[in-house]
Design a protein around this ligand. Structure first.
Ligand SMILES: NC(=O)c1ccc[n+]([C@@H]2O[C@H](COP(=O)([O-])OP(=O)(O)OC[C@H]3O[C@@H](n4cnc5c(N)ncnc54)[C@H](OP(=O)(O)O)[C@@H]3O)[C@@H](O)[C@H]2O)c1
Length: 339
């Protein structure tokens, strides 16, 4: 059979200024340990904006195709390919899976090692699941595995309206903890309606003071920090003794003032974490833990993303513009089926 082609959004970063173009590229050919997936849906993430500016390069590839997550159906199974879970169900062609990848999801097909796939129940629709993997796995890793999230805690998550923030809302409540968050004025009402326990309008209030008032002076157990730099001091001020801050984003800058005296006196922990650059074994272990702890909630749809909007594959750049302008609340999904 001759070479097959698919459509993919490709970065032109190696020839002049970065930008996206829709191209015909050769179909991926799965290695022995890989699955070939027909992608039905994907989504947009803040990291994509950096990547399209040439600031967050994906792993070296012939065609640099962005896209960190997808939902799709299994087309082919490599001879040695398997899902790497302790007691997970086996899968067959036609089954639907969700996947986390370092690149390549803005395309019609993708070849992926089984370790990075989570199967969906047979009767589950693709729905919004093209936008679940990146944020749910990042939040689970940061809050639960690194921050030891547990029932009864107070958890502050910055940028509540982001893909990460809205995924955290679901996960924090799933563990029986309270979700405190920050957002710009126009997004606060919607976050309250989604069930956030405290929403601080960061344009009109100091979040540390609002958090301390809400927690009657105790502060929070855990902070998921997507702001970084400027927020460091205030984060530490509203953290409980022996609390933990996990920094996963630098929306407000990479440098800030840290009062080491306060860090010491609070016996606080400050951690930094990133997902994409991790090796396959580490990601596989994360996917396995996620399935063990949150598999039922995932299958039942309780972790499904808050959907901001949906764009067809052809209109992906318009979705990216919406993300860039911070107009959204929740995930911007990309639908391939109808394109
Ligand atoms: N370390 C990791 O592995 C990892 C993985 C995934 C994501 N992240 C990080 O998590 C953060 C959120 O990612 P995402 O894809 O969920 O973002 P997103 O959906 O694009 O949301 C970003 C939102 O953050 C809020 N925000 C607050 N301060 C901001 C600022 N200075 N600049 C831009 N936005 C600001 C905005 O809402 P308001 O209108 O309310 O301000 C904006 O809409 C990013 O920093 C991303 O790099 C890290």
């Amino acid at each position: 059979m001759g070479e097959q082609f698919m459509r993919a959004w490709c970065l032109e970063s190696r020839i002049g200024p970065p930008g996206l173009s829709l191209r015909e590229v050769p179909d991926p050919v799965p290695a022995a340990d890989e699955f070939l997936i027909e992608i039905e849906g994907s989504a947009l993430n803040r990291a994509d904006l950096l990547q399209t500016k040439g600031l967050y390069p994906a792993p070296e590839a012939e065609h640099e195709i962005p896209g960190l997550e997808f939902v799709g159906r299994i087309l082919e199974i490599g001879a040695e390919a398997q899902l790497n879970f302790d007691s997970g169900p086996s899968v067959k062609t036609g089954d639907r899976v969700v996947g986390l990848v370092a690149a390549g999801a803005w395309a019609e097909r993708i070849a992926v090692p089984g370790a990075l796939l989570v199967p969906l129940p047979e009767d589950a629709a693709a729905g919004a699941r093209g936008g679940i993997a990146e944020c749910a796995l990042t939040v689970f890793d940061a809050l639960r595995l690194q921050g030891e999230l547990s029932a009864g805690q107070d958890v502050l998550v910055h940028a509540g309206s982001s893909g990460i923030g809205t995924a955290a809302l679901r996960i924090v409540h799933e563990y029986g903890a309270r979700f405190l968050t920050t957002a710009s004025s126009r997004k606060c009402g919607a976050l309250r309606e989604l069930g956030a326990d405290l929403v601080v309008d960061y344009e009109s209030s100091e979040f540390a003071e609002a958090v301390l008032e809400f927690t009657e002076g105790r502060g929070v157990d855990l902070i998921l920090d997507t702001l970084g730099g400027e927020a460091l001091g205030a984060n530490l001020r509203c953290l409980k003794p022996r609390g933990t801050i996990v920094t996963i984003g630098l929306l407000a800058g990479a440098r800030g003032d840290l009062d080491l005296g306060r860090l010491m006196m609070k016996r606080a922990t400050l951690k930094g974490s990133v997902l994409r650059s991790r090796g396959i074994e580490e990601k596989a272990a994360l996917v396995a833990s996620f399935r063990r702890e949150l598999g039922l909630a995932f299958a039942a749809g309780r972790l499904d993303p808050v959907v901001d909007s949906r764009f067809s594959f052809l209109h992906l750049p318009q979705g990216l513009e919406r993300l860039r302008r911070r107009k959204h609340l929740g995930k911007i999904l990309i639908d391939l089926e109808s394109s």
